[in-house]
Design a protein around this ligand. Structure first.
Ligand code: NAG
Ligand code: NAG
Length: 414
C-alpha cells in the first residue's frame, strides 16, 4: 500500500533552541561517521518546552530536528553507525516524477544482479486503476554501478533506466508483493483487479516470464487483495498478508474476508490462517533463525484518497512461530512508527529490522529500539537487500541505493 501521492513533505525544524549536540553517545565514534550521516542525540530532544514546535501530523511534518537535506542517514544510536560502516553512501539511482514506478514487490535476482519491483497499484501516479493493471519492472544493478563509476567522485544521483516485464499473463493483476527467488522463480502476490482474483504466483525470470499460479482462492473464496509475501527460511512455506487496500483504492469489490495472514504449503496445497486481529496487516518478514515473525499493520491509512486516522495502528508486531502449526503466537508490539506507517519490512543478518515508512526506511535493533533512519523525506513503501552491503529502497517515483556495512538476511529458498 502507499500514500505518497498527495503528501507534501514538510521539514520541521522542531526546536531551534536545541543545540545540535552530537555529544556523549557518539564521542568515540568520530572516525567511523560517514559524510552523509547526521547524528541526533536523543537527549537533546526529549523536552520541547511550553512553546515547542510540536508535530500535529505524522504525515506532513517529519522529525528532522537538525533540518538536514535528504537523502541522509539519521543516526540516533551508535549501533546504527555499525550498520552503516565508515564509507556508507545513499543516492537516488532511478527517478521519474510522473510515474510511481517503484512501489513494492522488490526482489533481488542474484545471478543477473537485477532488482524487480511493481508500480503503485490503484493510483493515478501509478498509472493504474480498476481498468488498468500496474507494471512490474526491473533495474540492473550492474548498470547502476557503471553509472556511479561514470559520475566520478562524490555522491551524486544517477538515473538508470528500468525495463518493463512485458509478457506477464492475465493472472498477474496488480502485483503488490514479491520475494524469493523460490527454486529460482520470482514469487509475487497480486491484489487482483475488479473480478479478476488475487493470486500467489511463481514467475520464471527468463524470457518470456512463464508464470505458474500457485493459489487464487481460499476454499473457493477470493481473497481481498494480497499485499505482501515471504518464504519461511527453514521450511520453504509461503506466508502472505491479505487486506482491504484494493477495495479502498477502488479497484477491488467489497472485501468478504477479514484482514489476516495466511500460510500456503506448496508441497501439499494446504492453506491456513496463521494470524488475525489486525486493522490492516501489510508487510511480513522472518528473523534469520525462522523463529520470529514480524507483521506490519497500517491501519492509520484508511485508503489512498481518504483521510488518515492517527489514532489507528501504525505498528510492527512480533510473534513466535509455532513449529508444529506454523501459527503466529505471543503477539507483542515491536515498534510504533512516528511518521507514516510501516509498510514493507526486511531484516539484516544481525536481526535488525528495516521498514519502509513515511520518511524513508526506519531501522530498529532486535530489541525494538529505533536506532536510525535512511531519511528520504518521502514515503518508502518497501526495500530489499541486494546481497551484503547494498540496500535498494523503493520510493514510488524514485529508487535509492544505500551502500552500507550490514550483511543481508537471505530471503530466497532454498
Ligand atoms: C570527536 O570530535 C570532537 C569534535 O571535533 C572532539 O572534541 C572529540 O574529542 C573527538 N573524539 C574522539 C574520540 O576523537
Ligand atoms: C515457457 O512456456 C512455453 C509454453 O509452455 C514453453 O514452450 C517454453 O519452453 C517455456 N520457456 C521457458 C524458458 O521455460
Amino acid at each position: 500500500m502507499g500514500t505518497v501521492s498527495n503528501i507534501t513533505s514538510v521539514l520541521v525544524a522542531l526546536a531551534a533552541w536545541a543545540y545540535a549536540s552530537t555529544a556523549s553517545a557518539f564521542a568515540s565514534a568520530n572516525d567511523t561517521i560517514p559524510a552523509q550521516a547526521v547524528l541526533v542525540d536523543r537527549l537533546a530532544y526529549t523536552v520541547l518546552g511550553v512553546n515547542g514546535a510540536f508535530r500535529t501530523s505524522a504525515f506532513t511534518e517529519l522529525f528532522n530536528p537538525t533540518n538536514a537535506t535528504p537523502p541522509f542517514f539519521q543516526v540516533f544510536d551508535p549501533a546504527f553507525l555499525a550498520i552503516l560502516g565508515p564509507a556508507a553512501t545513499i543516492r537516488s539511482i532511478a527517478a521519474n516524477p510522473d510515474f510511481a514506478f517503484a512501489h513494492e514487490a522488490p526482489i533481488w535476482l542474484p545471478e543477473a544482479d537485477e532488482v524487480y519491483f511493481a508500480s503503485l497499484d490503484g493510483s493515478p501516479l501509478g498509472h493504474s486503476d480498476i481498468d488498468h493493471n500496474n507494471q512490474v519492472s526491473k533495474i540492473s544493478l550492474g548498470d547502476v554501478a557503471q553509472a556511479i563509476d561514470a559520475a566520478g567522485p562524490g555522491v551524486s544521483a544517477v538515473n538508470v533506466g528500468f525495463t518493463k516485464i512485458e509478457s506477464l499473463p492475465e493472472e498477474v493483476q496488480m502485483t503488490n508483493g514479491g520475494t524469493g527467488p523460490l527454486h529460482g522463480k520470482l514469487v509475487f502476490v497480486n491484489s487482483g483487479r475488479g473480478p479478476l482474483p488475487p493470486s500467489l504466483v511463481l514467475v520464471d525470470p527468463a524470457d518470456p516470464a512463464n508464470t505458474t499460479v500457485l493459489l487464487d482462492n481460499f476454499f473457493g473464496r477470493q481473497f481481498n487483495s494480497l499485499n505482501d509475501v515471504k518464504i519461511h527460511p527453514k521450511t520453504g512455506k509461503l506466508f502472505f498478508t491479505d487486506v482491504t487496500h484494493g477495495h479502498l483504492s477502488d479497484f477491488r469489490p467489497a472485501p468478504l474476508l477479514p484482514n489476516q495472514v495466511y500460510r500456503f504449503d506448496p508441497a501439499t496445497g494446504s492453506v491456513r490462517v496463521v494470524a488475525a486481529d489486525f486493522d490492516k496487516c501489510n508487510g511480513i518478514a522472518f528473523s534469520p533463525d525462522g523463529k520470529t515473525a514480524f507483521v506490519t499493520d497500517t491501519g492509520v491509512f484508511q485508503g489512498y484518497q481518504s483521510a488518515v486516522d492517527q489514532t489507528a495502528t501504525s505498528t510492527i508486531y512480533a510473534y513466535d512461530i509455532d513449529p508444529k502449526t506454523d501459527t503466529f503466537t505471543n503477539r507483542r508490539v515491536f515498534a510504533y512508527i512516528d511518521t507514516g506507517a510501516p509498510d514493507g519490512i526486511q531484516l539484516d543478518a544481525a536481526g535488525n529490522v528495516y521498514a519502509g515508512c513515511g520518511d524513508g526506511v526506519q531501522v530498529w535493533n532486535p530489541e525494538g529500539t529505533l536506532i536510525g533512519k535512511f531519511f528520504l523525506a518521502t514515503t518508502a513503501a518497501n526495500l530489499v537487500f541486494a546481497g551484503d552491503g547494498r540496500l535498494v529502497i523503493l520510493a514510488e517515483t524514485a529508487v535509492y541505493l544505500a551502500e552500507i556495512a550490514a550483511k543481508f538476511n537471505k530471503v530466497s529458498f532454498p
